[in-house]
Design a binder for this molecule. Sequence first.
Ligand code: ZN
Length: 509
Amino acid sequence: MSEPIRSGAYASLLAHLRETYLFATSASVLGWDQETTMPPGGAQLRAEQLAALSTLVHERHVSPEVGEWIAWCEADPVVQGDPTAAVNVREIRREYDRQVRLPGSLVRELAQTTALAQQAWRDARERNDFDAFAPWLEKVFALGRAQGECLRGDSAGTPYDALLDVYEPGARAADLEKVFGELRAELAPLIAELSASGRQPDGGVQRGSIPVAQQAAFNRFVAERIGFDFNAGRLDTSAHPFCEGIGPGDTRMTTRYREENFADSLSSMMHEVGHGLYEQGLPKAENFGAPIAQAATLGIHESQSRLWENMVGRSRPFWEWAVPELRRAFGAPVAEATPSVLYGAVNLVRPNLIRVDSDEATYNLHIMLRFDIERAMLAGDLRIADLPGSWNERMRQDLRLEVPDDRRGCLQDIHWSMGAIGYFPTYTLGNLFAAQLWEALSGDVPDVEDRIARGDFSAILEWLRANIHRQGRRYSAAELCQRATGAELSAAPFMRYLRGKLRPLYGMP
Ligand code: ZN
């Protein structure tokens, strides 16, 4: 190979990848449309569109010249000597090796099956009909098993580890089991203590309904104040809030509205805006399509949403700032709201059947339940037919709740119908990362609470931009955590944060 070809390999690789991302991000727009505006009749066509695009994207990822370019880049001292280029090549290699292990027929089958399974899940959940969804779940887990086997290659990990690695590169189920175990050991007694406490915060803060349009305007005001750029993003409505960072200049968030509960919509917006700020802060403009412009892991992504939703949005100073603004925006329904009452209301700990409606403390028990159950189903230790029984038993044990129907039990989440096996643990990882980042941030910005109370969020955003957002995929989640906080991830900061907030609220020393 001559020198010019070698040094051209990096440019060719990035140009190819950039075009691949033009297709991939087109699929993202179609995905956003599917959740926000598409009529039900469009489901079949959309499934075919998404399958066609994902086949195309897969073929481009595994085309033979990509493998050659990567090999040249790996052997090129100029490329390897440039820190950003070296990161890009490292991550392109990771993705390439993963894609090459998946046969095109499996990729196609996964895309088609999961698109239809999602529709089947929607219908089954609405009709509370687990039996109608069970055959789809059977198919999805069989495909997931095949996918895990392919991705694992000859590595020592399990097929579940291989799937987990798609969402949380570097994570292993055994390591998660250890951290989650530490968390559970401290969380369960705290939850029991809180529910036994004679003093409970007041949950009712809103009198009468607040029209959706007023709530939407208020959400937008808060999102903008926090730092979300609406020239480069949108906030729309969907049944299940999400955020899609489509590309440079285009980040789409959604929330949902309940007229009788503005705080629910506000906090789900705060969550998505955390994701949105991360997407807007990634170095995409200069590096569109390159790994350096992408989020580190889903756990890190979730840490950004949790930090804004919980550490900021469920803090006392946040409500000191927000209550006068709320009164101006909503009038009579919140006339009696005070910062103390709202602070208590948004921090109620009460076991809930529904994961997404759960408080910060009990939420993680929902994740551990799903983590254990999906591993058992993937390994074949739990039959699909036994899922409802197993789910309900765990809910009884862990949250002391009776599950009245599958709609509010094992049919509540979309993830498995999408083929997202190994995704759930990233939510709890996000909670743990968020608390650890918040401790470090509070050390670096000692007056952070006063700033929040004044409605000044800029120091928080700047800290996150510097430590997390602008780093893109330069570091693994473990390295990022170490660099930003000076320690490896543990459950301790999260437990300190929860105890520090909840015990005083519940009148405990
Ligand atoms: Zn999230």
